[in-house]
Write a protein that binds this ligand. Structure first.
Ligand code: FES
Length: 565
């Protein structure tokens, strides 16, 4: 508790851990590159440096506030200091900015513009090294790394994977997997959180736009899209529409204008996932099967279990993810020659997730030996496609998704947030979708705060113990407690990314200044606006089970996904 003077104004502080947080509370955007509120303080970039009343410069992110401090954030000395820092960073950085994947969305480039760095007086002293393109999900370009350490800390502290680290010292320092391996040779789970926290183009999404555009230009091909729940709120945000709105109707319109033959909604197959997963869960509960059941929608989590907790692989649900179920159903539907009309089907999914690119290529998720999802594009790639097209996204009308895979319930929409899969499973277990029942489920504990949520729900005279966690470091905590016998659950839902898919590795980045959770609120708002709340009331699901999928449920909707490698 106390008061500090910032640029001549008194600002009170309470429990802020560093001076930077108080400066930001006062509405001043002091630049940062290595500070992330959810990570440990690294203090490497020095961009957050401020000046005190004795002319001393210090990094505000690593300075504890003291009552009576007097600081300045924008003096002539500081501006020169920050410019010099930027010049030094640029001197060790590949400056092919115009052709960089992150051009226009790079924090280093933005700061160079902001501080008017129009010339770099030092020549680049770093030797060019090859890119690491070994991963199906991300590309590492060490030539653009500024050694902020964000990727190293997020992989270690938030995800407990530790696929990246520092090697060498001084001017030779570099970020790399251990023993200079390629990223695909490590335990990387493809979650893409390193890319979310990277301030430059050193880690980017593997771009799959071109082959999709080629398929759209091919008259012998039927190009089919599916759109995941979390995409609709992120794309909405990116075009400056009211935060938290559901832009699914505009996305469908855009994809139709681009030439997609069919556009389906992944909330349909999220409903299908719940039908299958709830049945599997009850079967295990009633017949003494492997418990806890571990959810299988998140491919990064599935890979994490296989790598880190192999003794639990049989606990992982055999259900494919909503992406996998939709693609398998669509491909099977168009195998009927009458529907195929002589065209080959190419399935494109729009996902908030980089790990879905890996999932699509996993041979053990194929049907009849064929890759079901041909291309996975992230929300970020979809935004790029919209920008390239020149179409005004805000002016697009709303178009509904196509039948027969276009209808989904609110339970399918909430897959986009942590706890959503579990909430949809509980909805499946109750007989009605009355507002009071839905409210009771929402208040059961599944939506409470925190990255690890534990609660129980009554079912048929027993209490089902449930754990919902997001972020793989939290998943590790949960699984170690289960392994030691300290905790016992019937069901564990894990999403690899904190807060769930709305903050997935393929979503547009959020700046550290933004702390509101409007994407989550947007998903719940979309659910609240829907009349259909639960999967077993979805007429399209009933039609699927009674139609072409009859007798093929296991072949199309299940596999042994824990064989992730
Ligand atoms: Fe404070 Fe990098 S943001 S040192």
């Amino acid at each position: 508790m106390g008061k500090i003077t910032i640029d001549g104004r008194n600002v009170e502080f309470t429990d802020e851990k560093n001076v930077l947080s108080i400066i930001r509370k006062a509405g001043i955007d002091v630049p940062t590159l290595c500070y992330q509120p959810e990570l440990s303080v690294f203090g490497a970039c020095r961009m957050c440096t401020v000046e005190d009343d004795r002319g001393r410069l210090f990094a505000s992110c690593s300075e504890e506030p003291r009552d009576g401090m007097v600081i300045f954030t924008n003096t002539a000395k500081l501006i020169k200091y920050r410019r010099k820092l930027l010049e030094l960073l640029l001197a060790a950085h590949d400056r092919e900015c115009t052709t960089c994947e992150r051009s226009g969305d790079c924090q280093l480039q933005a700061l160079a513009n902001r501080y008017g760095v129009t010339d770099v007086r030092f020549s680049n002293y770093k030797e060019r090294v090859p890119l690491d393109t070994s991963s199906p999900s991300i590309v590492r370009d060490p030539n653009k790394c500024i050694l902020c350490g964000n990727c190293v800390r997020v992989c270690d502290e938030l995800q407990s994977v530790g696929a990246l680290g520092f090697a060498e010292r001084g001017a030779d320092a570099t970020v790399t997997p251990a023993f200079q391996k390629q990223i695909a040779e490590t335990d990387c789970v493809n979650c893409g959180q390193c890319r979310v926290y990277c301030p430059t183009g050193a880690i980017t999404i593997k771009n799959d736009i071109d082959p999709v555009m080629d398929a759209l230009a091919d008259p012998t091909v039927r190009v089919v899209a599916q759109i995941a729940p979390a995409v609709r709120v992120a794309v909405n945000d990116a075009f400056g529409l009211e935060k938290g709105n559901n832009a699914i109707g505009k996305i469908v319109s855009f994809l139709k204008r681009l030439g997609f033959d069919e556009v389906y909604d992944t909330i349909f197959s999220a409903d299908l996932t719940i039908m299958e997963e709830a049945a599997e869960f009850l079967e295990r509960v009633q017949n003494g099967g492997k418990l806890p059941l571990l959810t299988s929608c998140c491919p990064a989590w599935v890979k994490f279990v296989g790598d880190q907790f192999p003794e639990f692989t049989e606990h992982v649900s055999t259900c494919r993810s909503p992406q996998g179920m939709m693609s398998a159903a669509v491909k099977e539907y168009f195998r009927d020659p009458a529907k195929a009309e002589g065209k080959k089907t190419v399935m494109v999914s729009f996902m908030p997730c980089t790990a879905k690119k890996m999932e699509a290529k996993r041979p053990n998720s194929f049907t009849k030996g064929e890759q079901d999802t041909d291309y996975v594009l992230t929300s970020t790639e979809l935004i790029r496609m919209i920008q390239m097209s020149g179409i005004s996204f805000a002016k697009l009308e709303d178009t509904p998704a196509d039948d027969p895979f276009g209808i989904g319930s609110g339970g399918g929409v909430i897959f986009g947030v942590t706890g959503g899969v579990t909430e949809a499973v509980i909805r499946r277990l109750v007989p009605d979708q009355n507002p009071e029942t839905m409210k009771m489920i929402a208040e059961s504990g599944v939506r409470k705060d925190g990255f690890i949520r534990e609660f129980s729900v009554p079912y048929n005279g027993m209490n089902l113990n449930i754990c919902v966690a997001s972020g793989l470091a939290n998943a590790r905590t949960v699984m170690e407690q289960v392994r030691s016998g300290e905790k016992k659950y019937h069901l564990i839902e894990i999403m690899a990314c904190r807060r769930g898919c709305v903050y997935g590795g393929g979503q547009p980045r959020r700046s550290a200044m933004e702390t509101t959770d409007d994407r989550t609120a947007g998903i719940y708002k979309a659910d609240a606006s829907m009349e259909l709340k639960k999967c077993d009331f979805n007429p399209a699901i009933t039609a699927l089970y009674e139609g072409f999928a009859k007798g093929k449920e296991h072949e199309l909707f299940h596999n042994h996904m824990f064989c992730a490698k």
